[in-house]
Write a protein that binds this ligand. Structure first.
Ligand SMILES: C[S@@+](CC[C@H](N)C(=O)[O-])C[C@H]1O[C@@H](n2cnc3c(N)ncnc32)[C@H](O)[C@@H]1O
Length: 311
């Protein structure tokens, strides 16, 4: 088994992962925007879709959404805690019967015949965690898709400003009084992060050239020491992802960068918008429009979204 698969499995198998992932939109505005963008994309692309495959489906944010619309979804994920959480949420929503849960790694999709599913989707970077197999994984996701493919992967141009900016998540905190551990960490460390900050051109240039943040070999060594490092994550350039999809026969490929518009706004204004239901709905609608423009497709939160047709 590749290091990336083993590292991903260990990390996503942490017992609290399912619970944490299921609460993301309660803490951070960029997560609200990303989820809203993907939901809009899915709901606009369901014509003729009866079956869907969700690769790296997590706690079921999107598998449950589609199941509620009568689609039979195969919810595929490497982590049992994530699957358990998704089952619990699917039961609450009354759609357990609409979903087939499968524990597996995207690196092996040999159980599925060509064109097995009308829609194939994979959101918020599972494909990026399969390095160095990411191209093969995309090829197989296209292979099992019958009508449409919609995926989001880690974005090189989108993630880099996060890397260069230690206050990255502070901009998107929804409630500064939240007891969420990550929010409190961001707030408590804000001043020291500014104080110790020094722009690091080498780190930025390295990520821009390689698609990795940090040192892949060090991540493997940490895994071997029994630690649980963050997954080896391959960040794609927009035209790279577009070409991989086109080379595998996907037509009408369109890219988007969910979060690009919101990135231009300070926290105080984003929080204000989020607390007014009418403004929030209008803002999320406009974010979807702006972030779907190909000229900003690399500048989203940290995900690059792509969709296309299988002909
Ligand atoms: C950031 S979460 C995204 C979950 C879901 N797609 C969403 O947007 O809510 C990434 C998910 O990918 C799964 N994953 C990571 N590596 C994987 C692999 N190699 N094969 C299948 N699933 C994987 C993790 O277990 C986790 O549930």
């Amino acid at each position: 088994m590749e290091y990336s698969t083993k590292i991903s499995e260990r990390m996503w198998n942490l017992p609290d992962k399912g619970e944490l992932e299921a609460q993301r939109e309660e803490s951070f505005i960029d997560d609200i925007i990303q989820k809203s963008h993907i939901e809009r994309e899915l709901l606009q692309n369901l014509e003729g879709v009866r079956t869907a495959f969700d690769g790296g489906a997590g706690s079921g944010r999107f598998s449950i959404l589609l199941a509620k619309r009568g689609i039979h979804v195969t919810h595929f994920d490497i982590s049992q805690p994530m699957i358990d959480k998704a089952k619990e949420l699917a039961a609450k929503e009354g759609v357990l019967e609409q979903i087939t849960f499968v524990k597996g790694a995207l690196e092996d999709l040999s159980a599925y015949e060509d064109r097995s599913f009308d829609l194939v989707m994979s959101f918020d970077a599972p494909i990026s965690y399969t390095y160095p197999k990411q191209e093969e994984v995309i090829k197989n996701l296209v292979r099992i898709a019958g009508k449409k493919i919609i995926i989001s992967v880690s974005s090189r141009l989108g993630a880099l400003p996060y890397l260069a900016n230690p206050l990255q998540k502070n901009q998107f905190i929804l409630d500064k009084n939240s007891t969420d551990g990550w929010i409190q960490w961001c707030l408590n460390n804000r001043d020291s992060m500014i104080e110790s900050f020094r722009f690091n051109p080498d780190a930025c240039n390295n990520t821009l050239a390689t698609g990795f943040m940090g040192d892949v070999e060090e991540t493997k060594a940490a895994y071997d020491r029994g630690e649980t490092p963050w997954c080896i994550t391959y960040h794609f350039m927009p035209e790279e992802l577009q070409k991989i999809l086109q080379n595998n026969g996907v037509k009408n490929v369109e890219l988007a960068g969910p979060g690009a518009f919101a990135r231009t706004m300070p926290n105080e204004l984003l929080v204000k918008i989020m607390h007014d239901p009418k403004q929030k709905e209008e803002f999320l609608e406009f974010c979807h429009t702006y972030d779907s423009n190909p000229y900003v497709c690399g500048m989203g939160k940290d995900n690059l979204l792509a969709k296309g047709d299988i002909m």
